[in-house]
Design a binder for this molecule. Sequence first.
Ligand code: MGD
Ligand code: MGD
Ligand code: SF4
Ligand code: MO
Length: 725
Amino acid sequence: MGERTAYRTCPLCETSCALRLTLDDDRVTSVTGDTDDPFSRGYLCPKGASLGRLDEDPDRLTGPLIREGASWRSARWDEAFAAVARGIDGVVAEHGREALALYFGNPTFHTMAGILYRGPLGAALGTRNIFSASTVDQMPKHVAGGLMLGDPWAVAVPDLDRTEHLLIIGANPAVSNGSLCVAPDFAGRLTKLRRRGGRVVVIDPRRTRTAELADEHVFVRPGTDPALLFAMVHTLLQEQLTAIDVPVAGLDRLRELAASFTPEAVAPFCGVDAAVIRRLARQLAAAPAAAVYARIGTCTAEFGTLTQWLVDVLNVLTGNFDRAGGVMFARPATAEVHKSPEPYVSGRWHSRVRGLPETLGEFPAATLVDEIEQPGAGQIKGLVVVAGNPVLSTPDGARLDRALAGLDFMVAVDPYCNETTRHADVILPPPRILQMPHYDFLISTIQVRNYARYSPAVLPLAPGQRSEAEILERLTMIAMGLGADADPAGLPEQMLSAILGAAVTIPGTPLTGADPAALRAALKGDDGPDLLLDAMLKMGPYGLDRDALLDRPHGIDLGPLEPRLADILRTPSGLVELAPEPLVEDTARLRDALRRPRAQMVLIGRRHLRSNNSWMHNVPRLVGGSNRCTLQIHPDDVARLGLGDRARISSASGELTVELEPTDTIMPGVVSLPHGWGHGGTAQKVAAAHAGVNVNELTGGGALDVPSGNAVLNGVPVSVAPVAD
Ligand SMILES: Nc1nc2c(c(=O)[nH]1)N[C@H]1C(S)=C(S)[C@@H](COP(=O)(O)OP(=O)(O)OC[C@H]3O[C@@H](n4cnc5c(=O)[nH]c(N)nc54)[C@H](O)[C@@H]3O)O[C@H]1N2
Ligand SMILES: Nc1nc2c(c(=O)[nH]1)N[C@H]1C(S)=C(S)[C@@H](COP(=O)(O)OP(=O)(O)OC[C@H]3O[C@@H](n4cnc5c(=O)[nH]c(N)nc54)[C@H](O)[C@@H]3O)O[C@H]1N2
Ligand code: SF4
Ligand SMILES: [Mo]
């Protein structure tokens, strides 16, 4: 093939930067940002720049593995699928379908097959034991959206390029590149915001890189954000600073709830002066266009859902909801077939051991370990893990590690033998990144500009290699009980017939009344996900299709965000609910917390630009230099506790010895340790040499955000003590 250039969306994080790759045969020789892409305009981060090294990592699996006792052997694909069928059928025959479980990790949002086949695979397994990284991440956002708007998939994003005032709470986009707000070069966009006279304020227990770019940084005690936001709501209502311009219900109820949350009442709890809280509220109200944006530091916290609710309450009260320069909803190019026409409900069923309600059809990832450990009818005996590493990413990691070893059967779809997949009986690796096509179905619903881009696979599959689509299709067929030899195309064909059949009945579209079979015959694509993409583009609002995207390798700009609340809202009242009952109830829990004695020391997380959760620590270029898995701690605490270079940190669930990184960028009384570390027992040689410790050994103990079931990973009470060096 020789030297050539290829364009491809980076699949590594939500930012979805456009990359320009130079290849020599099948090796990537350079990666730069695609300057012709209208959205990312040449931006990329060190992870994107290392895409070639990640793609060619010699520790990535190139074919299926089957466990034999304590070791593995390479297997043919047909053998591996047959072993999976035997394993799953065996669990079902002996214990029933409820003994099966599924865990989806974060990258299922970043591959076409992962996102499209999540639902069908879960349904095919026929179990309620569905878990995912969403409940150690953004579930509170879905629940708040579901309760306020009736649509759990409606996530309002800051209109970053037009706002005049941005309040950032518990997010560090200068490092993470942004989440639930897709904006390549987020930091550059913040600088532009300030240059046009706007203001950026950051609320965070650490003075982060984002805080350094901002006009103002306010330290807040971890986990106390909803009290601070309530006091801002209180101030707006009391000083009559509201300017609501969307149809709302529950304003009086909200006023009653906010009455006792005076800035003075919450100030000692939050560690923020009452005068500062009042000023933050007044400045938000006075800005010509403002947006409040909160992310992982506030989602993975004790009151995650209350916080996400109050963020949008502030956006509504100040007249910034669904409005240019405020927060808005993107309009993706593909039809939003994942949305239910019915208003959101949760708690339709409950988990066996802890009686926890489902949200979006999932149980909290934090209770997966309980369901595996606790004997009795319905105990999990068989597990399917797709693109996840819950041993490092969910609470009580060490306990989960032990529990996985006791399963009857486990299969993983993952390119690596990692801390979780090492317990599998069969590992089915997807092909190299460059062998996969890419389209961001869900990520395009959270972009700060409407935009569409499709990347065909850069490299073909080798003879006999299987695509991720085929792996998940076959797994789904096996889960349905159809066996390892069933035609994998059966799955996408079923899905196509369902969505096209529904599309022709929707009044007033170009497809209304058409013949679904004729529509199907006209679809183009190389595999199931491609055909589904073509169909969903044709059903979408811009009249695009896959060919149109293939003609535009640098992406298509579909314009700035536009108001679209009317077609988002699906509450029974038809109004934005400002005081949904489950959140009114949960406010009592917050009130109790205000009166509780404060923990001496609490733990939070952080991210590093060269890392991404647990799976990029095997690339020398991304882990080189000094140890990143350090405990950040204020120098006053180091002195007060008489600590040396290392310390012992313990919580209700575990204890670790950590290297200290004293810094005055963190509040006294707060320590920070990143997640995704604690490597070992796997075939990842580079990661093993940079092992670090697993912070999620400290986050166990069962604490959850009640309305969403999200794990509490920030604000965890800990104690820190000296170790004899
Ligand atoms: N304490 C603490 N814990 C946290 C967090 C925190 O802030 N603090 N953050 C949480 C958050 S936000 C998240 S999203 C979770 C992540 O939790 P998980 O998704 O469980 O963990 P990851 O480390 O992202 O693991 C992703 C896995 O997917 C595999 N993979 C990569 N690409 C592909 C692919 O194309 N196909 C397939 N099949 N597999 C692929 C990787 O090899 C890796 O094994 O961690 C959470 N855990
Ligand atoms: N480089 C890099 N980028 C990533 C990832 C990565 O691991 N590395 N992971 C990706 C994933 S899966 C996600 S979900 C996103 C997350 O993207 P972000 O939400 O931007 O995540 P963080 O960078 O962890 O920023 C969270 C901030 O919350 C602060 N914080 C902690 N507790 C509290 C609290 O109680 N209150 C307040 N106000 N702040 C608090 C922390 O100090 C931290 O600065 O990042 C994505 N991008
Ligand atoms: S920010 Fe980095 S990892 Fe994320 S999409 Fe862009 S280049 Fe890839
Ligand atoms: Mo995440």
